[in-house]
Ligand binder design. Sequence first.
Ligand SMILES: [Zn+2]
Length: 490
Amino acid sequence: MIKRLTLTALGLVLLLVLVLVGRTLAPRPAPPPAAAAVPPVPVDATAAVGRLAGAIRIQTVSEPEQPPDQAAMLAFRTYLEQSFPNVHATLTREVIADGALLYTWKGSDPALKPVIFLAHMDVVPVDPATAGQWTRPPFSGDVDGGYVWGRGSLDDKDNLMSIMEAAEILLDNGFQPKRTMYFAFGDDEENGGYRGARVIAQALASRGVSAEFLTDEGGAVVPGSMLGIASPVAIVGIAEKGIVSVRLSVSAPGGHSSVPPARTAIGRLATAVSRLEAHQMPARITPALAGTFDAIAPELPFPRRLVLANRWLFGPLIVNQMLLEPQTAASLRTTTAPTIFQSGIKDNVLPTDATAVVNFRILPGDTIDGVVQHIRDTIHDTGITVAPLTTPPGRNPSPISSITSAGYRALQQTFAQRFSGVRVVPNLLVAATDSSHYGAVTHDIYRFSPVAVPADALEAVHGINERIGIDSYVKAVQFMAQLMRNAQGD
Ligand SMILES: [Zn+2]
């Protein structure tokens, strides 16, 4: 009997090993479509870089909670007209809301669904405390040392100007799209896109536009070492987290601090916030993260490939490991970040109220309503008022876009043609973009810049010494032109 049990156990172990190894060595996902050798479009690099530099010099800054700077936006719009005469002669341009721009490049075949290219004109302010640390003045647009320097060079005037350059060049070469293409440029992305992107998206939806796919900022082309593999990777966001800030407030009788009650307003609220930190929303591997694992697994060393290929068994291990670091934990769960805590006016006065604001970045699958319910269940104190902030309003997470769609295949093909050896890796974007407003216009939204960025330059986005390599920018222009061609589907 014992012998038989041992044999059965051995058989099970053997079966397990076979399944694990089988799954690890299972046929890899189909390689991207073979990249036919297509020469890049000709780019006058000096002129193109000069135009990007000029765009950086126009200070289209979005100050927090302020409407777009109308004068700067008008100057930028005029600059685009002067810089891209072909585009302005052929495409229709609409100024939407006060200053957002929508260009329509009409395709010859109205039966084909359009494609939308997004970018934003505004940039974040330069922190006065760090202005002196810039190697070049932040709005100089200096071209030096192989770079174009300045705020907006990576976020997001590189994308905007490369879309325009690509269209200008294609027009120069007599290109006529079969599929209608829209270029949609918001003017307040850094403040949530509620005045620009949201209104453009509403206009398109009201016209019945249903797009084949849409591209926007998000990932970049980065060294594979950031994901533990050898090939460079093009990170493409196929989903983005939602966001909501929730105010917690409590009132108390107040009075003199010499006779405090057992529970003060500050004590109650501190307990609530502390519980929220201790009891986070559940972690899980979303389909977007699974897409990341599947894309990098074939290049990983065997033990790590074994783990990633057998998530049915090792899922909890992966989750526990990733929760150890804030960077990776953010891809696994709705994050909880207390950002404001206010109470009290004097050292010997019991405050009559206390308020906290907690910012949540919502994982696909969770919702704003679910977050509010989680707060109520966790703090377990009905005396604390829980209310989502309405300005800015929260956003639910995006749906997850397909990685087998015609749009994604066009991206893979274009990356293969313009970035030899790069591996396209889908991921979940933990930040928010203008594309989140376009859910009613298309199912397939891809968030990336076709820009090679060294690991140490990524922190320059919204930071100090934002700059783009000249070669990287020229390549981005060539990528956009190729994508516009490939998107025609012929
Ligand atoms: Zn941006």
